[in-house]
Design a protein around this ligand. Structure first.
Ligand code: NAD
Ligand code: TDX
Length: 346
């Protein structure tokens, strides 16, 4: 399988979301010869402000759906490569209403890979470590490229289904594709529904953070900038047909992360609410990133405390960005949590 790839023009789906927009900003900043076309449906999670600072001659936004086969084909025809971030991404939403997850994550991926195979365009698929299900708390095991797919939630099963389509298109049609599987991202521009921004914005508002279950669930945190550089490395240096795991050795349990946030706001370590656990809540994720390191990638934002401090500072300075989504997000959470107490103290 061929390694190494040069490009002038890329199509990035979901480029107005958290991770996709970080990638677009990264490419515009680090790779001046590359033009980016963003295809984004601007769902509740997409915000054009995330890329508004970029020059129009470098990054152009097309508002549309990845399930729109004609639009997708027209855009793929103009690109040297496609990087597919667009997805429905929140586990809690997927439990409440799985339909959009199957539609966007499975049918959207199908639409893109069909266009890429018909036009013979290089395709990079962005996936998540949640496709592997979870690991026990009391074991040093980590996910590798050989781990079995065992997704737990409607979200992760729709992502796993999409990965399977890509793998089959590689083998059957020779689609020139790579897949990356990343752990939990944190950083600027993350929607306030997700764990870290939800708690930061609660603390800014003087409200109590919310912790699910017993708080011992472990996530392997990576800064979104490191995810961007890893995707670029795989897109340009990765071997077609291969899957690469992305992670930065950042395992932390939710209670420790929450206590670090409370400390940063000068609040007592117990000043939060235990709330009802997520159904099917995965216990632990952990990534073995050896294969990607062998490809020449190393994470640079490895000081989690300093990354978290920068993230807090950004949310404090950008209330205009997150405020419009906050109340509606908390209203959804109030419905989900229904006043119930958590598994630990409830
Ligand atoms: P996000 O929810 O912040 O953004 C998703 C983006 O996709 C939004 O801009 C939204 O408008 C767009 N979108 C949704 N449906 C669409 C459709 N039908 N057509 C076109 N655009 C559509 O998500 P994110 O956290 O940035 O995640 C991006 C990708 O990275 C996803 O594929 C996700 O599975 C993967 N990923 C995320 C993380 C993480 O921690 N955030 C970790 C690993 C992998
Ligand atoms: O209020 C909360 N309290 C809480 O304890 C929220 C919103 C979450 N949690 C817990 C649940 C998880 O154990 O925090 C952890 C992180 O939750 P999320 O931010 O919802 O992330 P997670 O479910 O781990 O999935 C994330 O990482 C992988 C992204 O949302 C996915 O899109 C990505 O694929």
């Amino acid at each position: 399988m061929a390694c190494g790839f040069a490009l002038n023009s890329i199509l990035v789906t979901g480029g107005c979301g958290f991770v996709g927009s970080a990638f677009v900003r990264y490419v515009v900043r680090e790779h001046p010869g590359v033009h980016v076309t963003v295809l984004d449906a601007l769902t509740y999670a997409g915000n054009p402000q995330n890329i508004a600072c970029l020059p129009r001659n470098r990054a152009e936004l097309v508002v549309g759906d990845v399930c729109d086969a004609k639009l997708v084909r027209d855009l793929v025809a103009k690109a040297d490569a496609v990087v597919h971030f667009a997805a429905e991404t929140h586990n809690d939403r997927s439990i409440a209403d799985p339909a959009p997850f199957v539609k966007t994550n499975v049918e959207g991926t199908f639409t893109l890979i069909e266009a890429c195979r018909q036009l013979d365009v290089r395709y990079h698929h962005v996936s998540t470590d949640e496709v592997f299900g979870d690991l026990p708390l009391d074991s040093p095991a980590r996910f590798t490229e050989e781990s079995a797919y065992r997704p737990s939630s409607p979200y992760s099963s729709s992502k796993a289904a999409a990965d399977m389509l890509v793998r089959a298109w590689v083998r059957t049609y020779g689609l020139r594709a790579t897949i990356s599987i990343c752990s939990n991202n944190y950083g600027l521009y993350q929607h306030v529904e997700k764990f870290i921004p939800r708690q930061i914005t609660n603390l800014i508002d003087g409200a109590r953070p919310k912790l699910y279950g017993d708080g011992r669930h472990v996530r392997d945190w990576i800064h979104v900038e490191d995810h961007s550089s890893a995707v670029w490395q795989i897109l340009t240096r990765g071997c077609v047909g291969e899957t690469y795991l992305i992670g930065a050795d950042g395992e932390r349990d939710n209670l420790s992360v929450l206590r670090e946030l409370l400390r940063a706001f000068g609040r007592d370590g117990d000043d939060f609410d235990w709330v009802r656990d997520r159904a099917g809540h995965d216990r632990r994720y952990a990534i073995d990133n050896s294969k990607l390191r062998r490809l020449g990638w190393t994470p640079t934002h490895t000081d989690f405390s300093s990354g978290l401090a920068d993230t807090i500072a950004w949310y404090k300075a950008h209330e205009d960005w997150w405020r419009p989504a906050k109340e509606a997000t908390e209203a959804l959470y109030r419905e989900r949590e229904g006043g119930a107490r958590g598994g630990c103290c409830g």
